[in-house]
Ligand binder design. Structure first.
Ligand code: AGP
Length: 608
């Protein structure tokens, strides 16, 4: 999730752009850069690390131009280096471009452009777009951008400047946010409203597949077809803090609502046109993947719960035995590993000390290690043999939400990839699962759009001191994640168990003051879960049930039903966890807890 800004007006562009980039700092980044149109050239300055590093370089010799673009990079392709930092230029050096998004077909485009003689300098997908525009440019910058984006598959918010067009910025978007700030004798483009608020509160939101040509006097908005689009100017009364949260009260709530996009971006490009799963980052040949005899997953906290989901998927689809270990145990238990064992380290931050130690332990014992992480270039990703990145964008709230569902989406890809290599699923079977998987983002969106009942339910449980979360099968890690969410942000004691374990102890905890949350979505053990619910109700227990749409039975047994779209048992964890995230969120908020920064917790646990 990068940030882009652009400015054209009377003032020195470098000052305005640095200020705009500072407002996007909450999006996190590992490098930044500016491109300013000067009299006879495009001046590009880039720096790795925090924005202050770029500011130091620019302010030492600030370019005077009044038209420019800027970028904060949150790496998705290629490590955070100066060469990979934006803006990127074309061969001529006359054109510079910044981009937020993922270009899926950049490899084939790069081959085409290199074959045509273009000199590509970076590892990024973004630079390819600069050369693509160059290849189409015949004097009309907007037309060249239009021609180039017709060739792109994937997501983009672009801003482009050209030496021959001082005073002009061309911008376009698809699936990544882009707005225009309308000033008095000046105009801005940006990823987010915070970047323009210090200059203007009049903004236009650019829609998908629209192109906007911006000069100091105004903006010309057209569709990909070249037809004019209406001026959708609006007045924003947000303060900067609210704007950084996209208008949500907290980063956690914003990130819960970003899950459809996080899942979609994580799945993007994983299914090729011939029906095979694409996981080239594993850096494993089909033969090496087929030779995997055992999988061992190491992770902590929420990532451990994603590993438990992965166990059921890989064992069910690829018929390979899977063990899942908390990293702090794995690293000290003298694990038995060999070259047929694939170790998978799951860590959204890529910095968790126990998981990093697990990676080192596994590699020292000869196992191949792959990482699933959300942060490009993090320690764990640098030490693993292969890395599969989630594309959830920076997660600021300490409680993991969008990175969890993005991790699960990635484990679907991994499990299907293993099943194809092992021949345990046919291409048609994989295609059927994939078709259902692609509906999951819209399922999550439907839950988010109809979440009032979850907030109403939460309001009845803010004064409780303890709770139970129960499930069966793939519902067990979902119950565990629901319990972790509640305890870590509301400080209410919450524990999770397989529902079948109740009679072996936990049922002693049932009273009319200990709410019991059941994951009761449709699956092979649904009837067993209903029986467990009845056992709780027989002891005056209160039941909150997460259930599938169309389930008429569950309402007879539960005090509250949190309904989610019906899907297959294997695909149920993502829809099923979203109500539990929101339940924990609303209970914690009503209790006055700081959900973004819960007491005693850190976003990344870099100590033992
Ligand atoms: C989850 O909400 C917590 N923030 C915590 O359990 C977290 O999942 C755990 O520390 C692992 O972090 P990682 O994914 O960055 O390794």
């Amino acid at each position: 999730m990068c940030g882009i800004v652009g400015y054209v007006g009377r003032d020195r562009a470098a000052d305005v752009l640095l200020s705009g980039l500072a407002s996007l700092e909450y999006r996190g980044y590992d490098s930044a850069g500016l491109a300013i149109i000067c009299d006879d050239h495009v001046d590009v300055t880039r720096a790795v690390g925090k924005l202050v590093n770029l500011r130091t370089v620019v302010e030492a010799a600030p370019p005077d131009g009044t038209t420019g673009i800027g970028h904060t990079r949150w790496a998705t392709h290629g490590p955070p280096t100066e060469d990979n930092a934006h803006p990127h230029k074309d061969c001529s050096g006359d054109l510079a471009l910044v981009h937020n998004g993922i270009i899926e077909n950049f490899v084939e485009l790069r081959e085409e452009l290199v074959g045509a003689g273009h000199d590509v300098l970076s590892d990024t997908d973004t630079e390819i777009v600069a050369h693509l525009i160059e290849a189409s440019y015949e004097g009309d910058l907007t037309a060249a951008v239009r021609a180039a984006i017709e060739r792109l598959d994937g997501s983009y918010a672009l801003a482009v400047v050209h030496r021959a067009h001082p005073g002009t910025i061309v911008a376009a978007r698809k699936d990544s946010p882009l707005i225009v700030g309308v000033g008095d004798g000046e105009m801005l483009v940006a990823s987010d409203i915070p970047a323009v608020l210090k200059r203007t509160r009049d903004v236009m939101v650019i829609e998908d597949e629209e192109i906007v040509t911006v000069t100091a006097s105004g903006a010309d908005l057209t569709g990909l077809d070249g037809e004019p689009r209406p001026d959708r100017r609006m007045r924003v009364d947000w303060d900067v803090d609210a704007a950084e949260k996209g208008g949500y009260e907290t980063f956690m709530l914003k990130e819960i609502h970003e899950q459809p996009a996080a899942i979609q971006n994580t799945l993007r490009g994983r299914m090729t046109s011939d029906g095979t799963i694409q996981l080239s980052e594993l850096d494993m040949s089909p033969e090496e993947v087929a030779a995997v005899r055992r999988v061992l997953i190491v992770a902590c906290g929420t990532s451990y719960h994603a590993g438990l989901v992965a166990k059921r998927l890989i064992e069910g689809w690829a018929r390979i035995p899977v063990e899942v270990d908390v990293s702090s145990e794995f690293r000290y238990r003298d694990p038995i590993l060999d070259e047929d064992t694939l170790v998978v380290a799951i860590s959204q931050s890529g910095e968790t000390t126990d998981t990093l130690a697990g990676v080192r332990e596994a590699r020292a014992r000869g196992a191949r290690v792959i990482a699933i992480s959300n942060v490009v270039g993090s320690s764990i990703t640098r030490e693993a043999d292969g890395v599969v990145y989630t594309h959830a964008g920076l997660e600021i709230g300490v409680a993991a939400t969008k990175t969890f569902t993005a991790q699960i989406a990635t484990t679907y890809v991994l499990a299907l990839h293993l099943a194809q290599a092992k021949g345990t699923m046919s291409r048609d079977e994989v295609a059927r699962v994939w078709a259902e998987l692609e509906k999951v983002p819209s399922m999550v969106q439907r839950i988010l759009d109809d979440a009032d009942s979850i907030a109403e339910c939460a309001a009845q449980y803010t004064a409780r001191h303890s709770s139970l979360f129960l499930g069966r099968g793939i519902g067990v890690p979902v119950a565990m994640e629901g319990a972790l969410k509640l305890k870590e942000i509301s400080y209410i004691h919450a524990e999770a168990h397989p529902a079948g374990e109740m009679k072996h102890g936990p049922i002693a905890l049932i009273t009319d003051h200990v709410p019991v949350v059941f994951v009761a979505t449709q699956g092979r053990t649904y009837e067993k879960v209903v029986s467990n619910i009845q056992e709780v109700r027989a002891r005056e227990g209160e039941v909150i049930a997460v259930a599938s749409e169309g389930d008429e039975e569950i309402a007879k047994h539960a005090d509250h039903v949190l309904t989610v779209p019906l899907t297959s048992e294997e695909l149920s964890p993502i829809p099923a966890v979203v109500p539990l995230q929101l339940l924990a969120y609303h209970i914690a908020t009503l209790r006055g807890c700081n959900v973004d920064q819960p007491r005693n917790l850190a976003k990344s646990v870099t100590v033992e």
